[in-house]
Design a protein. Sequence first.
Length: 174
Amino acid sequence: MQKIGMICVMALLCGGLLFAQHDKQKPPDKASDKGSVDKGAIEKNKATARRVFDDLWTAGRYELIDSMYEQNCVVHYATGPVSLQEAVAGGKEWRSAFPDLVMRADQVTANGDIVTVHWVAHGTNSGKGQGLPGKGKQGKAQGTSKFRFDNSNKIAEVWVDWNEDALRRQVAQK
């Protein structure tokens, strides 16, 4: 599975994917909940979104997934939606390719139950995974992930936008 899924979870999980063209795959522009989300919940959701990058992507602590994500979470890429399990498998493969992967949430904003994270990732492609050569080249990617939280403050849906092709070109150069 060639997804960072959350090189941003995965999205990957923590470069070249674009938001899906179909309306059903686009993240909502506004909070999807009919009522308003209280400020405490918004701050908790923002903290959880940051943990995706700090704990899952950078530290590789996949045992924390159940505390952050709904079991039936859907992750949307430009290529289409995948299950959380598929996104996690793709994320683990990216971590294998980049064992020193660091993903940083640069900007985190919230609008109701939607948290948007602009992120940067960097690492050395010293391992095998995602069909990459593992020749020790540095790679850097940036992107945006939008997380929709449910009423229990868990991630129910994710939209990932990043340039995977650019990252592949960086590490494949001679």
